[in-house]
Design a protein around this ligand. Structure first.
Ligand code: FAD
Length: 328
């Protein structure tokens, strides 16, 4: 049995692992089978993570985080957690391979998935004109023509923010009215750099190396047309990855895992959560990393309160894991 298992390998998970490993807690980190490294694996330049004045490629940053976590003794497993049992002092985590691991503390750092349009070239051009984050990527679109897809508050916020950089910001919306609150609508309508493209949906994103245009379909008459632009920001919502904890942990109205105040403590003792999965607002790599720190420190403090005989079960970790490992 482990003292601590961390689920997720984004900035929150790896930072929690660095802290837990340096506290001699021998963390096991379940990284995912196909999405190890988290959201930053889908981007190119990251220019707002402190410590890299020349910027760093998203995947490079994540490989460095992994190396740092492993250097201090984190064991990283490239598999998916398929179920968890969080009841009792000993938590059980089952992987896609059938392996079963137990721990006294679990940190959820499973992130949040940006909703996609579901178009063929969306992934290919991610980081090359397609983005889900104006705060992250707006700076790359100075004096460009770009578009935001969506009609809610976050789409209006992104569009307004992007006018600081872009010459022109189209807002493409499927209907002829917005879902956004009145104040956000009014701000967008008053912004002379923003032009609304009503009753339109994006059906193709065009460009070999970078985005050159999008193809729109009129939702009323079905007619297609092309709109030239260099950037497409998709702001149609995001879904915190919480399917593992339904019925076991409380969620907030925004769908994130509920934690107490500024801590990472969920309603279940020994279960912590960090990063975008608890954050409906900021969703940045550095805030996720900071949140991972909080979770590791909370877990460390929790473990220190456990009776010695319970803690003794968690050592040595490797031998206990082997005993529990089964095949599906
Ligand atoms: C295209 C793009 C560009 C961005 N650019 C920037 C930027 O320039 N600067 C910036 O600060 N932020 C940027 N962001 C935001 C940033 O990536 C996120 O805020 C950050 O990655 C959140 O970290 P996290 O650790 O909470 O979650 P994530 O990075 O989402 O990582 C969560 C991890 O958990 C794993 N996971 C989920 N469920 C399971 C499971 N059941 N079993 C095992 N593993 C699981 C996932 O596969 C993933 O690896 C960008 C986001 C996107 C999408």
């Amino acid at each position: 049995m482990r003292q601590i298992i961390i689920i997720g390998s984004g900035p929150a998970g790896y930072t929690a692992a660095v802290y837990a490993a340096r506290a001699n807690l021998n963390p096991l980190l379940i990284a995912s089978s196909v999405e190890a490294g988290g959201e930053l694996m889908n981007t190119t330049e990251v220019e707002n993570f402190p410590g890299f004045p020349d910027g760093i490629l998203g995947p490079d940053l994540m490989f460095k985080m992994q190396a740092q976590a492993e250097k201090f003794g984190t064991e990283v497993v490239l598999d998916d957690v398929v179920s968890v049992d969080l009841s009792g002092d000993v938590k059980t985590v089952t992987l896609g391979s059938g392996a079963v691991h137990q721990a006294l503390a679990v940190i959820f750092a499973t992130g949040s998935a940006y909703r996609k349009l579901g178009l063929d070239d969306e992934e290919r051009l991610s980081g090359h004109g397609v983005s889900w984050c104006a705060t992250c990527d707006g700076f790359f679109f100075r004096e460009r023509t770009i578009a935001v897809v969506g009609g809610g508050d976050s789409a209006m916020e992104e569009a307004n923010f992007l006018t600081r950089f872009a010459d022109k910001v189209y807002v493409i919306h499927r209907k002829d009215s917005l879902r956004a609150s009145k104040i956000m609508q009014d701000r967008a309508f008053a912004n002379e750099k923003i032009e609304f493209v009503w009753n339109s949906e994006v059906v193709a994103i065009n460009g070999d190396q970078t985005v050159k245009s999008v193809t729109l379909r009129d939702t009323v008459n079905g007619e297609k047309s092309d709109l030239e632009l260099q950037g497409l920001f998709i702001a149609i919502g995001n879904d915190p990855r919480v399917h593992l904890v339904h019925g076991q942990l409380d969620l907030t109205p925004e769908g994130t895992i509920a934690v107490a105040g500024r801590s990472s403590k969920t309603k279940v003792a020994g279960v912590f959560a960090a990063g975008d999965v608890i954050d409906p607002t900021y969703r940045q790599a550095v805030t996720a990393a900071a949140s991972g720190t909080v979770a590791a420190l909370d877990a460390e403090h929790y473990l220190a309160t456990l009776p010695k005989d319970l803690l003794a079960l968690a050592v040595p970790a490797e031998a206990s894991d082997l005993e529990l490992t089964t095949t599906a």
